[in-house]
Design a protein around this ligand. Structure first.
Ligand code: NAD
Ligand code: TYD
Length: 362
């Protein structure tokens, strides 16, 4: 098993990054130091880790900065001599990449390149480990049958997935060309606490509670494989500790659902946790149930039909398996959003709202 003294985590104030830092320090019992480098874009919220900042002040340090800035990276290396990198930082939302791809190219491609250069220049040959967190969307879209494996050819369709595919190729190239120790994971759709409410699951929960319509793109029959975020975090840490350098691992939840299934299930679980009959927002507008809020809207351009993951490699080699069922994960997620109204208010204000107003008139 690999040990690390100091880990550089990029994008630790985002959804998966903040869950990972919390998992690492609170669940996995990591004893080393964690440096979280995050630029705090609209999706980054330092309050996501305020408990960690308070309870692990001797192990955890937050640095505001841009992964694209080589000088910043060098300074962090000189000060901390990190021996592992877990690279989460990215522009991550497909819809935003359609309306403004430039930031995706900058952060996802140039940013990954800067980090790779930093690792290559500073780590002695064969030392350190660079883990790149990527997505199943690099593989494109499936028909009704079949699964993405680690050897599926890349066929990205959105500016987001194309930028992630480019970064994956760079990471692999640094291994093949310079011998940089790397691992890579391509994971399916995550959900859980601290998920920014522009993505399907948190958007639907919060819209429903506020009595707003639930916009389902196209016919709602697009399929995604859903994984509870903590299971993803365990998978990444398992790869960091035991994965083979140079290898890619697919991570998935064995949980394929159409978007309509997801929205219906969410509405039904919300009826149990916060019945629509007691919700004044719905009452005012004459809606009797959360399901009545569902609205089919214009489809996303280039919308991938189906993603499904074959994750036998990480299961067989590293003994990882998803542990949280979709029903249980959704219950926990709904409970978390109900219990954190202040967090919701914070992230729903400012730049994110302006962007929504501009593009969707909500
Ligand atoms: P997120 O958008 O919630 O968080 C991204 C974080 O990166 C934010 O804190 C943001 O401030 C930071 N960031 C953005 N640009 C930066 C820059 N130039 N320098 C430093 N920090 C910067 O994203 P997420 O959903 O947590 O995704 C994390 C990673 O996991 C991404 O690489 C994404 O491609 C990958 N991934 C996500 C999913 C998913 O379902 N969310 C699935 C598979 C893979
Ligand atoms: P999303 O959460 O944006 O993740 P991704 O595009 O990376 O898979 O979307 C998940 C699915 O939900 C996708 O098929 C698009 C669909 N979707 C809607 O139908 N309505 C929405 O408002 C959003 C945000 C997504």
């Amino acid at each position: 098993m690999r040990n690390f003294e100091t880990l550089l985590i990029t994008g630790g104030c985002g959804f998966i990054g903040s869950n990972f830092v919390r998992y690492l320090l609170k669940e996995a019992g990591f004893q080393g130091r964690v440096i979280n480098l995050d630029k705090l874009t609209y999706a980054g919220n330092p309050h996501n880790l305020s408990d960690i900042e308070r309870d692990f002040s001797n192990q955890y340090r937050f640095v505001i900065g841009d992964i694209c800035n080589g000088e910043t990276l060098q300074k962090i290396y000189d000060q901390n001599r990190f021996d592992g990198i877990i690279h989460f930082a990215a522009e991550s939302h497909v819809d935003r990449s359609i309306y403004g791809p430039a930031e995706f190219i900058q952060t996802n491609i140039h940013g990954t390149f800067s980090l790779l250069e930093c690792a290559r220049k500073n780590w002695p040959a064969g030392q350190g480990l660079f883990h790149h967190v990527s997505t199943d969307e690099v593989f494109g879209s499936l028909g009704d049958e079949g699964y993405f494996t680690e050897s599926t050819a890349y066929d990205p369709h959105s500016p987001y997935s194309a930028s992630k595919a480019a970064s994956d190729h760079l990471v692999k190239a640094y291994h093949h060309t310079y011998g940089l120790p790397i691992t890579l994971s391509n994971c399916s759709n995550n959900y859980g606490p601290y998920h920014f409410p522009e993505k399907l699951i948190p958007l639907m929960i919060l819209n429903a509670l506020a009595g707003k319509r639930l916009p389902v793109y196209g016919d709602g029959r697009n399929v995604r494989d859903w994984l509870y975020v903590e299971d993803h975090c365990r998978g990444i840490w398992r790869i960091m500790q035991n994965g083979r350098p140079g290898e890619t691992y697919n991570i998935g939840g064995h949980s394929e659902k159409t978007n309509l299934d997801v929205v219906h299930t969410l509405c039904d679980l919300l009826e149990e946790a916060a019945p629509a009959g007691c919700n004044l927002h719905l009452k005012k507008q004459g809606f009797a149930a959360y399901r009545d809020l569902l609205l089919f809207v214009k489809d996303r351009p280039g919308h991938d039909r189906r993603y499904a993951i074959d994750c036998r490699k990480i299961e067989d080699e590293l003994g990882w398996r998803p542990t949280v069922s979709f029903a249980e994960g959704l219950k926990r997620t709904i409970r978390w959003y109900l219990d954190h109204p202040d967090w919701v208010r914070t992230v729903q204000s400012g730049a994110y709202r302006q962007w929504l107003d501009q593009h969707y008139g909500q």
